[in-house]
Design a protein around this ligand. Sequence first.
Ligand code: SAH
Length: 390
Amino acid sequence: MKKVILKKGKERPLQFHHPWVFSGAINRAEEITNGEIVEVFDSSNQFLGKGFYNSKSQITVRILEWDRDTEISEDWWRARIINAIKSREHIKNTDSIRLVYSEGDFIPGLIIDKYSEYLIVQILSLGIEMNKEMIIKIFVDLIHPKGVYERVDEKIKELEGLSGISQIAFGEIPEEIVINENGNKFSVNIKDGQKTGFYLDQRENREYVKRYSEGRKVLDCFSFTGGFSVYALKFGAESVSLVDSSEESLKIAMKNFELNGVSNKEIKTLHCDAFQELRKFRDRGEKFDMIILDPPKLAPSKYQKEKALRAYKDINILGMKLLNPGGILFTFSCSGAVTGDDLLRVLEYAAIDSGKTIQVIQKLSQSSDHPILISCPETEYLKGFVARVI
Ligand code: SAH
C-alpha cells in the first residue's frame, strides 16, 4: 500500500482519531492515483491510519481505518454499513431516517437517507465515488429498496473533483414520495428537493414543538415544507403562519396540511424574505405566542461567521419582540462554524437589545440518526434552543 508521511507535529488530530488529513499537513507522498487507499504515517514513521487519498481535495486523506492489520475489503464495507443501520434500531415510528452520516458513522464521504422505500445516496468524496457500485449493491442486498437515487452536490463536485451526476442508480424513483413520521405524512420530492427533500435532522425537535403548541398562534419562519407547522397544528395550535422564500416549498407545505387533515385550520403562507417580513410584522404590531426561526446555513464557513452572527442576532431580536409575554421561541443554527455557545451569546445580546428577559428551557441538537463523532467536531452542525420570552 502507498505511503503518506506527515510533517512533524501534524499527527496530533489523527492520534485523537480526527479522520481528516489536510493537504498542508503532508510532507511526502508516493505516486498515488486519486481515490486509492493509502497508509498515513507520522514524521517518525509511526502508522496512524489508512484511508482514501485525493490530491484534488483540501482534505487529502479521509481515514477509514485506524488498525493497520484490518483490510478494507467488501466485508469491511458491509460490516460498517450494518453497524450504522443497527445503531438506529432505537428510532421507531418513522419510515424515513438517515442510515449513514459520513464521519459520524465512521464512513467519511458517504451519506445515505431512507425515505419510505427509497434510498438517496450523497457522495462527498472521490474514494466513495469510485466504490459506489459496491456500496449501493450492499444497501440493495440489506434494505431491498424500490429505488436508489444518487445525488451529487455541484459545490462538492468542484471541491472534490468528482465526475458523477445526480441520477437513478437502481430501480425507480417516483416524482413524489409520501413518508410517515410519527403518524404524520410528508410529501417529499427527492429529485429536486432541497438538501435531501426533507429535514430528517429536525425530527426529534418536531416532537418538542408539539409540546408547546396547544392554543398558540405560531409563526414558522424559514418553514420549508412545513414540518414544524404540521406538528404544531396537529397538537392544537390556534393558527400557523409560514414564511419562506421558496414558493415551491410552501406549495408542498399546503399539500402536507391536506395529507394530515389539518388544512381546514387557520393557515397563512407568506412567500417572501423572512428578514424583511419579520420587520413588517414588528411595524404592524403583530404578535405571536410561538415563533420558530430555522434559517439556512448563514455561515457556510468560518470566514462568514461574524457576519452570520449579526444576522442570527437580527432575526432573534425581531423574534423576541414579536412574542407575547410567556411566548416560546425555537431558534436554530445549522452552521457548523457557529457553536452552541455562540448561539447562546446571540440570544443573550438579542434579549438585551429587544428589552426582554429569556429563560432557556431546552437545548436542541440534530436527531440521533446524525451522530456526532467527538473526535470530529465538524459532525455537529445543528444547534437550537427553546426559550421562554418574558
Ligand atoms: N424549518 C424547515 C427547514 C428550513 S431550511 C424544516 O424543518 O423543514 C431553510 C429554509 O429557508 C428553506 O426552505 C429556504 O427556502 C428558506 N430561506 C432561505 N433564505 C430565506 C429568506 N431570506 N427568507 C425566507 N426563507 C428563506
